[in-house]
Structure formats: C-alpha cells, structure tokens
Design a protein around this ligand. Structure first.
Ligand code: TRP
Ligand code: SF4
Length: 324
C-alpha cells in the first residue's frame, strides 16, 4: 500500500525561533520517516498581509530553508519547496474560488479577527484559507501537522474537499489534522514566543546572544535577590528549564523555592543547557551559510517532486470539471 501523504507549510518569517522549532519543525523531522512528506514555505500566503514589503522575501525564504536543513529535514525523504514555484496551487485556488460561497470564508475566525485588528481587506486575505485548502488538497494529503490555531482552516479544507467531490467526483481524500502535543514555549517576557512580540530566541543567533537574552528574561517578580523564595510555576525561565534541563523539577524548582538558587545563576544554567542543545544545529547552520549549495538543491528538487504530484492532481481536477 502507498504510504500516507503528510503536508505542512510555514510562512516565510525568516529565521525560526525556539517555538517554531519545538512546536513544528522537530515534528516534521520525525514525520518524514513515516510518511511521504511535503513541506513548503508559503510565500504567496505572506502576501495576504505583507504585500508592500516584498524585497526581503527571498532572504527570508533562504534563511528558513537553512533552518529546515540544519534542524534535520532530509531532502532525500521530504520534498521541501517554495509555494510560488508550483504554479498549480494558483490554478486550483482559482477553481475553488468559483465553487465556494463567500460566507464560508467570511466566517473563518482568523478573517474576522485579523481583518479588524490589522485592517486587512484584500480579496486575497479573504481567500487565505482557500489558498491553504488548495495547498493541502493539491497533494491529496492525508495528514496535516498544524497547531490548534489552524483547526478552522483544516475544517474549511474538508468542506471544500466534500463540495468538490460531490460536484465533480471523488478526486480528493479528506485530510485530517495532526495535532501534536508540545510544550507552549514562552518568550523572554513570558508571553508566547513570537517574532512579532520581539521576545524570541532564534536558532540562528550566537550562543552569546542567547545568553544575553536569557539573562534579561522575566522571572517571578517577587524574587528580587538570591535568598528570596521564588515561584517556578509562574517563571518563564523555569518553563524553559523544563524543556532543556534534565530533571528540572528536582534540580531547579526546589532551590528556587527555598531561595537557595538565585535568578542570575539559574539563568546562566539555562543559557548553558539551551546553547548546548542547539550547538549541533547552529554548527550545521554556519556551514550552510558558507556553502549554500545543499539549500538550493533541496528547494529545486523539492519543487520538481511537488510539481509532479500537483500536476497529476490537476489532471484529475480538470477531467472532473470537463476543462482542458
Ligand atoms: N496557515 C498556515 C500557518 O499560518 C500556513 C499554511 C499555509 C499551511 N498553507 C498550509 C499549513 C498548508 C499547513 C498546510 O501556519
Ligand atoms: Fe525563575 Fe530561576 Fe529565578 Fe526561580 S530562580 S524565579 S526559576 S529564574
């Protein structure tokens, strides 16, 4: 039996941070061994909000591709590519646009929230989830690893799938989300780690930069100096210790509570462990910066494989719709 197809995408935000790595990329690396995997950098999606500033897109894509490779995405196993290199996505998006009622898109929660919050009102922004549906269905994907925030988009994708299949015949399998349990990674200020909050620790930065950021992290505000009792459960430094320090609940939490451990030492320990965990990835990253050939090769061979599969699907789609 053919292996199941897994597909996911990330917007080209540039350098990935720990949240992207722990929450998505590590999982992609695992999934490439079990499934036929397609991983894409969705540059067209980036235009739904940032259509004015496009000059930096190529560099952001490049940096992201370097992070993928350095983190262990294997181009022999997974097809890694840039969305705009597979023009078939645009054709399928156009055909879906013909058959999907506008209210289906207007009621997607991200549309309502973001269009008000960020004053986004383009036609493409409304179509964001429809383009995502095309991204997924064009590979006839079975599984889509995503975070919880993406569930409405996957639900819409299934609705698009059912509508197409009932009108024109069974072309697409219904995709399922693959929700993985992973820790929510706090940023340096205790909020969710996010590039837009400026509280992120990136894979690309140096160990020194990381140590500096960690030394400035928010902690329990009631613990002002060593000797004061602390509350690890509300401290973002401790949350990161739980991921990067073995047995943190024995080695960090108790001495924090008693006051024996001060925040300065506690942060220095975290920086050490965090940097040790990232060292091999960062080393690989430096090599790829010096010699980018493997990155270019990954994206070009990935696009070839993606195009082949997308072209097959489009044949079925055009046949079903009686189009040339
Ligand atoms: N909307 C997704 C996000 O913001 C990115 C994305 C685009 C995607 N197309 C996709 C994710 C297809 C999974 C599958 O994270
Ligand atoms: Fe946080 Fe560590 Fe300070 Fe405790 S000692 S409050 S865990 S930084």
């Amino acid at each position: 039996m053919a292996r199941k197809v897994v597909l996911s995408g990330m917007q080209p935000t540039g350098r990935l941070h720990l949240g992207n790595y722990e929450g998505a990329l590590k999982n992609w690396v695992k999934l490439q061994d079990q499934y036929e995997a397609y991983y894409m950098i969705v540059d067209w999606h980036a235009l739904t909000s940032d259509y004015r500033e496009t000059a930096e897109l190529p560099e952001r894509i490049r940096q992201m591709a370097i992070d993928f490779l350095a983190a262990g995405v294997d181009p022999e196993k997974a097809a890694v590519f840039v969305q705009s290199q597979v023009k078939e996505h645009a054709e399928l998006f156009l055909l879906f646009a013909m058959i999907i009622p506008t209210p289906w898109l207007e009621r997607v929660p991200s549309y309502k929230e973001k269009s008000e919050e960020m004053k986004l009102d383009s036609y493409g922004f409304l179509g964001y989830p429809l383009l995502q549906a095309a991204d997924i269905l064009i590979y006839r994907a079975d599984l889509v690893p995503v975070g919880k925030d993406q569930l409405p988009h996957i639900e819409l994708t299934r609705e698009v799938c059912r509508r197409f299949n009932s009108l024109y015949g069974e072309v697409f399998p219904e995709p399922q989300e693959l929700l993985t349990k992973f820790p929510v990674i706090p940023g340096t200020d205790g909020r969710k780690m996010s590039k837009s909050y400026g509280n992120d620790i990136t894979l690309a930065e140096t160990a020194e930069e990381t140590a500096k950021k960690v030394s400035r992290m928010f902690t329990d505000p009631k613990k002002i100096r060593k000797g004061d009792p602390g509350r690890p459960e509300i401290c973002p430094v401790y949350h990161l210790h739980q991921i990067y320090t073995p047995r943190a609940e024995e080695t960090v939490a108790p001495p924090c509570r008693t006051g024996e451990l001060g925040c300065v030492d506690c942060k220095a320990n975290l920086a050490k462990n965090l940097n040790a965990a990232l060292a091999p990835l960062r080393e690989k990253r430096r090599e790829l910066e010096k010699n980018p050939a493997p990155v270019e090769k990954m994206l070009s061979s990935g696009a070839l494989r993606a195009r082949a599969r997308a072209a097959e699907t489009m044949k079925l789609v055009r046949k079903g719709m009686h189009l040339g």
